[in-house]
Structure formats: C-alpha cells, structure tokens
Design a protein around this ligand. Sequence first.
Ligand SMILES: Nc1nc2c(ncn2[C@@H]2O[C@H](COP(=O)(O)OP(=O)(O)OP(=O)(O)O)[C@@H](O)[C@H]2O)c(=O)[nH]1
Ligand SMILES: [Mg+2]
Length: 244
Amino acid sequence: MEKIRRKAPAREPIKLGELDYTPVLIALAIVFITIVVLFLWKRKKTVRSAVLFTGLCESGKTFVFSNLILGDERETFTSIKENIGTYTTSKGRELKVVDVPGHERLRGKFFDQYKTSAKAIVYMIDSATVQKDIRDVADFLYTILADKAIANLPVIVLCNKQDETIAKSESAIRSMLEKEFNIVRQTRKNQLQSVDNSTSSVAFLGKSDSVDFDFGQVSQNVRFVPCSARNQELDELTTFLETL
Ligand SMILES: Nc1nc2c(ncn2[C@@H]2O[C@H](COP(=O)(O)OP(=O)(O)OP(=O)(O)O)[C@@H](O)[C@H]2O)c(=O)[nH]1
Ligand SMILES: [Mg+2]
C-alpha cells in the first residue's frame, strides 16, 4: 500500500491564471452575436413604415394616389392589386404609400397583408354616396379600428369628392358613422353570441352598450377631413402625411 502511494505521480495544483479561456470567450461571443442578430431581424420585421389608403370601391383611393405620388390625373379603374409608391415630405422624409383595393372580396385580404407594416391609416369615403352605402362604410371602418394590429395608429377619414353637390360634409359623415357604429357593434355581438355563448372575444368599440358610440372613445386618434381629389384639394391629407 505504501509502495503504491509512493509511485502515484503527484498532481500539479491548477493555477487559475494559467487556464486557457479562449474557447469560453469564443462561445460567449457567438451567443452574444446571435442574440443581437435575432433582435435586429425581429425589429426590422416589425418596423412600421407604410401609410395605407383603404376604403370601399370607387371612393377615390387610386385617383388620390396618382395625384399625390405619380403627379398625374389618370382615369382609374377598379383596382385588383395594390399600388405602392413613395411620398417625400417637405423635410425629405420618405413614406411608403400603399393603395389597397376596395373590392369586397379583396380589401380584407390586402388589409391583413399590410396592417402590420402600417404606421398610419387613410380611410377614404365617397362623400356623395356615403348615405346609401353607410352600412358597408361603417362595417369596414369598424373592422379596421377593432383590429389590434392598428391600435394606437393615427387614422384620417378622408371625405373625398367634396366637389359633388350632393356630397355630405365631414361632420355630417362623422355623425352618421357614429350612429351606424352602435348598430354594427350590436350586430357583431349578437352574431358572436349565437355561435358561442361567451362574449369575451368580441372586439367591442366604445365605452359600453348603454353609451352611444363616438370616435373619441377608440384607442386611435381618428380625424375626419374634407377632400376633393378632382379639384386637387388634398391639403388636409398632405398636412397629415407631414406629421408622420
Ligand atoms: N367627383 C369626383 N370624382 C372623383 C374624385 N376622386 C376620384 N373620383 C372618381 O371616382 C372614381 C373612382 O376612383 P378610384 O380612384 O378608381 O377609386 P378606388 O377607391 O381606387 O376604387 P377601387 O380601386 O375599386 O377600390 C373615378 O372615376 C375617379 O375619377 C373626386 O374628388 N371628385
Ligand atoms: Mg383603386
């Protein structure tokens, strides 16, 4: 036993200062770089840079887009795909503008595609036909405002075609829509209740059933402004774009 003990080589005590830390440092650097790259990639994906022109068919989105972005007054046709352009502000900032088709079968799909990259919404209304189409105008605006992806974004409701004699003013349109929203939210609530007995998933806009809806109650800053693309009266829109 004595012999064996004597033969075993004596272990050198490990001195911390002599350890090679290079592999550990390389591993830490790789982890750090991966985290930074992932963070930047995620941020790039969620950067909001687009202004969406949305609204029903024939409200004048493409006409305004042509005026503002392309600088011409070409005759337009019902869009079946989006138009994308760049608006340069007076300070030289570039804004991506997306004109979303208003066709009933396309508007939802295109809106969903662009909503996460939106930094502002322009909701276009044909002020001459708004009374007749109030149900659809209100329904689509309700869908947009109730969407979590655009909570807190600035929204401008562009009451276009003010050059038409039968056009409703922006304040009249606002009141009409506020009244219609009471009906839309009740209808949606009833529809959901008939499918599912819980109401927790209902995207309800406004204070409560018993309080009349008004646009001051939503999370977005919603403004109603007049506009006539035909007469080149787009000042309210350009002022809005300058603030973004
Ligand atoms: N009177 C008048 N007509 C306008 C005005 N702006 C657009 N229009 C006309 O309205 C019609 C529809 O305009 P568009 O720009 O094609 O409408 P849109 O919203 O792009 O329609 P979709 O592509 O179907 O979603 C065209 O005939 C335009 O010339 C306006 O300010 N006043
Ligand atoms: Mg169009």
